[in-house]
Write a protein that binds this ligand. Structure first.
Ligand code: BGC
Length: 253
């Protein structure tokens, strides 16, 4: 049983769902059920705060007794959210960390969702002891990315927003898992899009390892083998829980 000092709560706010759990930070595992609610339509700050309050109360951790990390799908710089791709534009240039702290009446740790998933995979998963450059991408509503060099995070890389010239839009609009769902693509059709995406990122960064996270990583056997890359590509060990685990890990420092 993890002692009080090695437990923290992680909340992973995504474009589609808000997930949370209590995490054993020695093992990097969930100690509680994984609580999930839908991200409120439009993802306005007040509505997201209400949903976060709800998941914390369902988890029974509304008090200040356990450290809390919150991950958000935007650029996060010094506690401010600077972008909004799949959430309300009100988050652009917004004092988000302070907003959550005021609303929840407690201190939190706040960071980008893909970055914390990267931290979880470095500490407890597929990128552990991995030398050189690991690029973790989350394939979900958008595409998130974490750049990790010799285990050190280079935050806010935003590689879901590289442009696809032919398509005239961000990569995530073409190759995120939401594009597969929206356009009812087969695994093969989607993999062709991922082939473009990962080849492009491989050309730009020459990484040593790709780690694929997000909800769809549990179906990695359906598409990863279809990709032809120089770089090894593996699913995130913690799949869609990497964000919760990484947010919690961040809360304890
Ligand atoms: C956002 C990123 C986020 C990613 C995954 C993108 O649209 O710009 O900040 O990490 O979605 O949620």
């Amino acid at each position: 049983m993890a002692s009080q000092a090695t437990r923290a709560v992680g909340v992973d706010i995504g474009g589609t769902g808000i997930k949370a759990g209590v995490v054993d930070l020695e093992k990097g595992q969930l100690l509680s059920d994984r609580i999930k609610v839908a991200t409120p339509e439009g993802a306005e700050p007040q509505d997201v705060l209400r949903a976060v309050t709800e998941v914390l109360s369902t988890l029974g951790v509304s008090g200040e007794t356990i450290p809390l990390g919150v991950a958000f799908p935007a650029i996060v710089k010094n506690g401010r959210t600077l972008s909004a791709a799949n959430v309300s534009e009100k988050w652009i240039d917004f004092e988000a960390e302070r907003f959550f702290e005021d609303g929840l009446g407690r201190e939190i740790h706040f960071a980008n969702d893909a970055d914390v998933a990267g931290v979880a995979e470095v500490r407890y998963g597929a990128a552990k002891d991995q030398p050189g450059l690991t690029i973790l991408t989350t394939l979900g509503t958008g595409i998130g990315s974490a750049l990790l060099y010799d285990g050190v995070l280079i935050p806010n890389s935003e590689l879901g927003h590289v442009q696809r010239a032919k398509h005239g839009r961000d990569a995530e609009a073409y190759a995120a898992y939401s594009a597969m769902e929206r356009e009812e693509l087969t695994w093969q059709e989607w993999a062709a899009r991922l082939q473009w995406y990962y080849s492009h990122i491989e050309f730009l960064f020459s990484p040593d390892l790709f780690v694929v996270g997000g909800g769809v990583s549990k179906h990695s056997d359906q598409f990863l083998h279809l990709l032809e890359l120089r770089t090894p590509i593996v699913p995130a060990v913690h799949r869609n829980n990497a964000g919760i685990i990484g947010a919690a890990a961040l809360a304890l420092g």
